[in-house]
Design a binder for this molecule. Sequence first.
Ligand SMILES: [Mg+2]
Length: 413
Amino acid sequence: MYRKILHCDINNFYASVEVLHHPKLGAYPVAVGGSAEERHGIILAKNYIAKPFGIQVGMALWQAKERCKDLIIVPPDYPKYQKFSALFREILSEYSDYVEPFGLDESWVDVTDICGKPDAARLLADEIRERVKKELGLTISIGVSYNKIFAKLGSDIKKPDATTVISPTNFKKVVWGLSASDLLGVGRSAGKRLASSGINTIGDIANADAACLEHIFGKWGLHLYTYANGLDTSPVKPSSYEREIKSVGNSTTCPRDLENSNDAHIVFYNLAESVCERMREIGMMAKTVQISLRDTDLRTFERQAVLSKPSVVAAELTDTALLLLKKNYNWKLPLRSIGIRGMNLVPFEQTPQISMFEDDNKRVRTENLEFTIDGIRRRFGYLSVQRLLMYSGGKLGKLDAKSSNIIHPVGFS
Ligand SMILES: [Mg+2]
């Protein structure tokens, strides 16, 4: 029997939540946008009224204003979005023990057990849409399919407030004509790489020679082949999975051995970014940082320290990691691999917005900026945003920070 998997995606999440809190805005083109500095801010979300003006997520605020003079720009309020995200997941949890979040506004739900009859999953999807609309005031789009990849694709096909079914019998018709970059795991730059090999649609991937894809793109090419043919078998993770996460870590064997603290700084930062992104996704922050080091004689050791405040800010975790390293390592041998882990996790709470202390205000801006970057990366690919620091390290800065033991959304490992 085929699995029944829903992918539920809240439409224009940030913008919808803002309109909900300020109903008068509903009649106007609205965007959520901002960054540490207003001048360099970008659009994070928009409502449907703003869409015909050509307002796009990722666009600079000034550019958006140029396209739509009357655009109302609201600054993001992440604690509020996290609250709604939790309520959304709570509703989904009533239908299944298998609810796996992907970002704040999307979740997979495995409903195989309660959807035996044909069409049952589609009817259930419609019911969930109505409930979320009634209880949270938000519209969602749902993809219904027999694997996670197609369910996610389905939720993108009809928006807002719609259900799309992709079945083993209709998937070639529904999916194969779509652009290759619509597939989960294909970012903008990956899309270009595929196009340069003559692969433009998902159908092109599906009909390519698997060995050939692997030859050109490595293991990732094989994953894409599996996805495009509807053969992905990765399970929806149980809801308890997130609750039981005690720590989030990432480590890597470096492209070259590390010779000094500057080298280590670049790699720690790279790793800390993915660790913090993951913590933000599960709404937690770390009280303790642990580092692990392995030298070129393959001796391994670990050290840990308590942060001055619980944190989800990559720079703060990195600073503590570096201090630990400097205190505990003498560089007689280069380091072959290093890792960083956030431990003693506690629920995320934003630093109070208005504070007498400029340091706190700066911290709020940094926290907001990092949430913003998560959103952009989710949309445009991990490498779409890179810190200046990463460019100073040659090969070290180009680590794929997501390749290590951090949990990948769809079971790359
Ligand atoms: Mg969404």
